[in-house]
Design a binder for this molecule. Structure first.
Ligand code: C2E
Ligand code: MG
Ligand code: MG
Ligand code: MG
Length: 288
């Protein structure tokens, strides 16, 4: 049984590893082992200002350096974590690792961390964030938590409270995959959202499909009207970048600016340039 939203993730990795390949129980066992044996990695993808391609920060994206299967994307294993108690263990690992890594970067660079709905709803979530910030020394305003529309829509009282505690401390919230849910607008009202990330399914067609262009134009106006930061996701070519810049989108993320890659070298980050980091498909070789 898959949680909602899993379908989209699986489709991203069509042709790679599919769930039907894997015995779910074995996957769960292996994932537990992975957590205990340091097989998980965070890759980082640059988020840039569109106007001049300067760095704003990085999104942390989990990978599993599997002993026999190689480097696995989150679509190959996150559902197994969602269906059991691994959620909080995995989420805690990601938060801690991302904060420790980001604390080594230049002063103002932010780190974006994806948070699962289930983890956010758990007791102790806000304390976990506070502990990750304290241990790493990362200032709260440099941490942005990415949640999805459904997380925001179905958030219970306890979740709203946890969100209030972390945002009061200075941590910001991004609404991921914006526009793909049933009620993107309602989601914006339920939680104190700082940033919206326009889903890459829209960006993909923005230059060629007039209806998609109109939709993205509307999302950008909405974001601006509400005083939100807007990041366009999944920019793969310069035509898309030019269109978005023309239509008032200030920030972007996508292969055109850099693929997810292992921890950026702090020295490079200090120079502030978006280097052409090793492509993800070869990155596995870089890892021990
Ligand atoms: P997301 O948060 O929307 O992350 C963006 C996804 O789009 C990433 O896939 C990224 O590699 C991919 N991407 C970025 N730019 C481009 C582009 O130009 N073209 C294309 N085709 N793809 C692009 P990834 O890393 O496989 O992650 C998939 C999803 O898994 C993420 O979507 C997020 O929902 C989830 N995820 C990743 N890491 C974590 C994590 O640490 N915790 C949780 N709870 N979820 C995570
Ligand atoms: Mg995200
Ligand atoms: Mg997204
Ligand atoms: Mg996504």
């Amino acid at each position: 049984a898959k949680a909602d939203g899993s379908r989209a993730r699986i489709e991203v990795y069509e042709g790679a590893l599919t769930h039907s390949d894997v015995d779910a129980l074995q996957l769960e066992t292996d994932l537990r082992h992975a957590l205990d044996h340091d097989e998980l990695r965070l890759f980082y993808q640059p988020i840039v200002h569109l106007a001049d391609e300067t760095l704003l920060g990085y999104e942390a994206l989990i990978r599993w350096q599997h002993p026999t299967r190689g480097l696995l994307p989150p679509g190959a294993f996150l559902d197994a974590a969602e269906n059991n108690r691994l959620t909080s263990k995995l989420g805690a690992w990601v938060l801690r690792r991302a904060c420790l890594d980001a604390a080594t970067w230049a002063d103002d660079l932010r780190v974006h961390v994806n948070i699962s709905a289930r983890h956010l709803a758990e007791d102790g979530f806000s304390e976990l964030v506070a502990a990750a910030l304290e241990e790493s020394g990362l200032p709260p305003h440099r941490l942005e938590l990415e949640i999805t529309e459904s997380t925001a829509l179905f958030a219970a009282e306890a979740t709203l409270h946890a969100v209030a505690v972390v945002t009061d401390a200075g941590v910001t919230l991004a609404l991921d995959d914006f526009g793909t849910g049933y009620s993107a607008i309602t989601a914006l009202h339920r939680l104190p959202i700082h940033t919206v990330k326009i889903d890459r399914s829209f960006v993909a067609d923005v230059v060629t499909q007039p209806s998609t262009a109109a939709l993205v134009h509307g999302l950008l106006q909405l974001g601006r009207g509400m005083g939100l930061q807007v990041i366009a996701e999944g920019i793969e070519d310069l035509d898309q970048a030019a269109w978005l810049l023309d239509h008032g989108c200030a920030m972007a993320q996508g292969y055109a600016f850099g693929r997810p890659a292992p921890l950026p070298n702090p020295a490079e980050v200090l120079i502030g340039e978006v280097t052409d980091t090793p492509a993800e498909d070869v990155a596995g070789e870089l890892l021990p």
